[in-house]
Design a protein around this ligand. Sequence first.
Ligand code: ZN
Length: 131
Amino acid sequence: MKTNPPDVVRKNKVPRCERHHAGLTLEQRAETAARFPAGRQAQMAFLLARYDNNAPLLAVFLGTSARAVRRHARGGVLPPGPRLRRALRRRVLDLVCPGCLADRAVEEAREAERDARRAARRPVRGRAPGH
Ligand SMILES: [Zn+2]
């Protein structure tokens, strides 16, 4: 058979989380791929929605400007450069990779616990801790 199935091309485009890919089940890999928005514009729009349309905040995480974020989310402009593309991919993976989501849940639980302990230690108002 000499056909070139289109899903081979698509498979190559499925993003892999370098931290978790090896440890994910096939279902989780498929899930990640299904959740990952196709195209830069869709990815930027996806992130922007997740950040409550807070373009300046998202821009900080992506190492770009709020204007660039809005422009890319709207589309119809030059595609983002390699650095921004990498940052985009990484940020989206953080939100769609089951491994990253699990890591974040653990980290957030740890932080909440730390905050609770800190609050218990400082019942009266004092200096802001650790800033
Ligand atoms: Zn991951």
